[in-house]
Design a binder for this molecule. Structure first.
Ligand code: 4HQ
Length: 237
């Protein structure tokens, strides 16, 4: 799977992909990530990527032309992408379902903004969709882009060695994970639940499912409601 990231901080993207499971996926060539420096698509002496907002107000706005030229270059060098994603708090919320959808595409471009925002015409003319990683504000689209690449790449076959672990991931089933333990069996008076030491695999499975549901009900009742709704829809068909 191919990703192209357009940013004024390409080294943030490179650094963020140097380690871990996704980093190994990049090394293995299963995911191909290219970071493009937005400033290389400017034409003025000062390599200007931002300007004052029309109508006044605080801060600066990112200019449209460098993004348009970046996409022209990406198309020429890498082919027409299947999606051009603008990262912004105004986007649709990114979740596991969105990660799954994007993992089915061959080529995704991610546009990262800085400053107060991006000229609206980038949305209209360059982006095909807008995604948000959550209802909070970060100082640039680079960490959101890395997060999207991570969540999407995990679902690409071969990136995570153990398929089972991807299928068992928290949210793969739409609920939170069960509690995990490893040795020692007792630490500072806190014991690992007996059932996990019992060797009764069916009992272990039952306990984990019950714990996952209990935690989800307690911490994220909205997920139980979502799952109930999708199950209701599935039985209708
Ligand atoms: N941004 N999900 C970039 C975000 C954000 C989010 C704020 C995007 C600043 C310049 N991006 N601008 N939340 O907070 O994607």
């Amino acid at each position: 799977m191919k990703f192209d990231v357009v940013t004024i901080f390409p080294r943030m993207i490179e650094a963020g992909l140097a380690e871990g499971v996704v980093g190994r996926g990049v090394e293995k060539g299963i995911v191909d990530v290219r970071a493009h420096d937005l400033r290389t698509f400017t034409t003025d002496r000062h390599r200007t990527v931002d300007d004052v907002p029309y109508g006044g107000g605080p801060g600066m706005v990112m200019k449209v032309e460098p993004f348009v030229r970046a996409l022209e270059t990406i198309r020429a060098e890498r082919g027409t992408p299947d999606a051009v994603v603008l990262l912004s708090p105004q986007g649709r919320l990114f979740d596991q379902g969105e990660a799954q959808r994007l993992s089915g595409l061959g080529h995704v471009v991610l546009l990262c903004g800085r400053y107060e925002g991006i000229d609206e015409r980038v949305r209209d003319l360059v982006a095909t969709e807008e995604l948000s990683i959550g209802d909070f504000v970060v100082s640039g689209g680079e960490t959101p882009a890395l997060l999207v690449i991570d969540a999407v790449s995990r679902m690409v076959p071969g990136v995570v060695g153990d398929r089972e672990s991807v299928e068992q991931d928290s949210f793969a089933q739409g609920i939170l994970d069960y509690p995990h333990y490893t040795r020692p069996a007792e630490f500072e008076g806190r014991r690992v639940p007996d059932v996990l030491l019992s060797g009764h695999h069916a009992e272990v499975r039952k306990w984990r499912t019950a714990e996952a549901l209990r935690r989800t009900q307690e911490r994220r009742p909205d997920l139980i409601e979502d799952r109930r709704r999708t199950e209701a829809k599935e039985t209708k068909q």
